[in-house]
Ligand binder design. Structure first.
Ligand code: UTP
Length: 294
């Protein structure tokens, strides 16, 4: 089976849940401690063997392009002042764009995740490709989450969805899979329901923002019409391949941080800051103090 070489990063959403900060700034550039969420995704893609990253951006996303570009002015400033530790941080970001080709595409209107992925169709024609949503940050696994999905794709030839178990009362804001057979952490998908109403969830496995899509999904995206919320849903296109093409769900290993909502974002920042030497020592007493004051 050919390797999965390309990864699409849909980053053209309006990020309305974070207004006003996302009015003039892409959600994907919001930091987890001191690194933008999209950089975690790009690092994961590179560690998973991806050779080309395709960023699908919209209006006002210039900051993403600038982030992965060199800043000669900033480098010059830091060099003049002998700030070698900070120069090292810049060189690490710079190294990312040397390890992978980054291509930018414009989604002219935010017509949904499915439409954003479809925007990249000509660059991935005939190949299986990965999709990563920068909001979903997955860390701490012995193998990067995307690599786990790519391995599952090579094993099965199927479209692969990353899934995680959630309590039923929290699962309603996700896409949820219905399953048939299972092989350990790999499940055969028979149906997918986007944001199910309480009591109608087909399982407790929610789809998280990592996919390996086969060309069959792109063929369906070509035929897509707006679904729930008048957007073109990726879930709908994948769903239409069921029956004719296999779709599997992988319960991935790793710590999952949902940074797409304000509470989830704050939680992720706190958790990652508490894992960071130098910050933990400062934050722990503060957190205790805040709890005691309750
Ligand atoms: P979300 O559902 O999180 O939407 O999109 P959003 O617009 O980013 O944020 P809210 O809901 O308004 O707060 C999931 C992913 O799909 C991308 C987003 O950038 C995000 O990475 N997306 C969404 C697009 O690229 N284009 C779209 O039209 C919609």
């Amino acid at each position: 089976m050919p390797p999965v070489r390309k990864a699409i990063f849909p980053a053209a959403g309006l990020g309305t849940r974070f207004l006003p900060v996302t009015k003039a700034q892409p959600k994907e550039m919001l930091p987890l401690v001191d690194k933008p969420t999209i950089q975690y995704g790009v690092e994961e893609a590179i560690a998973s063997g991806i050779e080309q990253v395709i960023m699908v951006t919209g209006g006002g996303k210039r900051a993403i392009v600038d982030h992965f570009d060199r800043s000669l002015e900033l480098e010059h400033y830091l060099r003049q002042r002998g700030k070698s530790d900070l120069l090292h941080i810049l060189s690490e970001v710079d190294a990312l764009s040397n390890q992978v080709d980054i291509t930018y595409l414009q989604q002219k209107e935010p017509l949904g995740l499915g439409h954003a992925v479809w925007t990249a169709r000509r660059l991935v024609e005939g190949e299986s490709c990965a999709v990563l949503l920068a909001d979903d940050v997955i860390l701490g696994a012995s193998e990067p989450c995307l690599k786990q999905l790519i391995d599952a794709h090579h094993k099965t030839g199927a479209t692969v969805l990353a899934v995680r178990r959630f309590p039923r009362d929290q699962i309603g804001r996700y896409g949820v899979v219905a399953l048939e057979g299972s092989d350990g952490r790999l499940h055969d998908v028979t149906d997918m329901v986007e944001k199910p109403e309480p009591g109608t969830e087909p399982s407790d496995l929610a789809i998280i923002g990592r996919y390996v899509l086969t060309p069959a999904v792109f063929a369906e995206l070509n035929r897509s019409e707006p679904g729930k919320g008048q957007e073109i849903q990726l879930t709908d296109a994948i769903k239409r391949t069921l029956g004719s093409h296999p779709v599997v769900a992988l319960e991935f290993e790793g710590d999952y941080y949902d940074t797409g909502t304000v509470p989830g974002y704050l939680r992720a920042n706190l958790m990652l800051a508490m894992k960071r030497d130098g910050l933990r020592e400062e934050l722990a007493p503060l957190l205790r103090e805040l709890l005691d004051a309750d």
